[in-house]
Design a protein around this ligand. Sequence first.
Ligand code: GUE
Length: 287
Amino acid sequence: MTLLIDGKKISAAVVEQLAIDTKTFIAEFGVTPGLAVVLVGDDPASQVYVRNKVKQATAAGFHSTEHRLPADTGQEELNALVEQLNNDPSVHGILVQLPLPEQLNEPEIIRLIAAEKDVDGFHPLNVGALASGMAELIPCTPMGCMIMLEKTLGDLSGKHAVVVGRSNIVGKPMAALLLQANCTVTVVHSRSAEIEAICRQADILVAAVGRPEMIRGSWIKPGATVIDVGINAVEKDGKRRLVGDVAFGEASEVAGAISPVPGGVGPMTIACLMKNTLTAARQQVSA
Ligand SMILES: Nc1nc(=O)c2c([nH]1)NC[C@@H]1CN(c3ccc(C(=O)N[C@@H](CCC(=O)O)C(=O)O)cc3)C=[N+]21
C-alpha cells in the first residue's frame, strides 16, 4: 500500500499549533505578529496564492496587509514600499511575491528586505545562515517538505536523498536541509547525466523542476518516499488543472509514500510562511 502524504492535513495541524503559540506570544509580549504581502502585477494565479496567504495569516492570529502595485511599477517605487515596510514596527514579516515583472531587479529587492523580516529566507544573510546550520528563517517550501518527510519517515539519517532541481528557492535550500538531517544528498539538474538512474537510487526523491509529470514511475525505487514540489497549470480536456513534476498515477504504484498535487507541498509552504512570521516577530521583540 502506498501512503499518501496529506499536505492539507499536516499543514492544518501546523497552523493549529501556530495559532496556540501566537496566542501565548501575544499574551507575553503584547505584540501581534504582522505579515505584509506585496504583489506587483495582476497574474491571476499569484492573486490566488496571495489571498490564501492573507487568509492563513488571519487564521493564525496575525495582523496582515496586502500591498498591490500595478504591473508597470518602477524600481524606485517598489524600493520605497519595501523600505517603508522595513521601518514599520507593526510589520515583522515581508513577502514580495516572485517572480517580479521583468523591468524590476529581483536580487536588489531580495537584498533590500531587512534580513530579520525576510520570511521567505531568500536574503543572502539568511541563505548563508542556512548553509552553516544557523538559520532562523528557512525557505518555506523546503521547510514544508522536511516536515512532511519527518512526519512520514521519522529519522532521515543515512538515507539517500535525490533533489531534482537547483533553484535558489527550492533545490539548493532543500539540499542544505537534507544534509543537515544527515542524509546522503545528490542534486541533479538540467545538465546532469544519467538523471533517471540517479533518481532510481533515491530513498527520498524531491522533485522541484517545474516540468509537468517529468518524473515517471520507472524512475522511482520501489518503496521510496516521493515529495512533489511542482505546481504546474496544464490544460486537460479543455480545463485548467494542476499537476506536479511527478507522473502521480504511475509513481504511486511504485513509491512507498508520495505527496499529491494539489494538496501536498502547496499548503505546507503557506503554513511554513506563518511559522517564519512568528519566528521573525519573536526575534524582533527580543532584539
Ligand atoms: N516570494 C515568494 N514566496 C513564495 O512562497 C512564492 C512566491 N514568491 N511566488 C509564487 C510561489 C508559489 N507559491 C505557492 C504556495 C502555495 C500554493 C498552494 O497552496 N497550492 C494549492 C492549490 C492552489 C490552487 O488550487 O491553485 C495546492 O497545491 O494544494 C501554491 C503556490 C508560493 N510562492
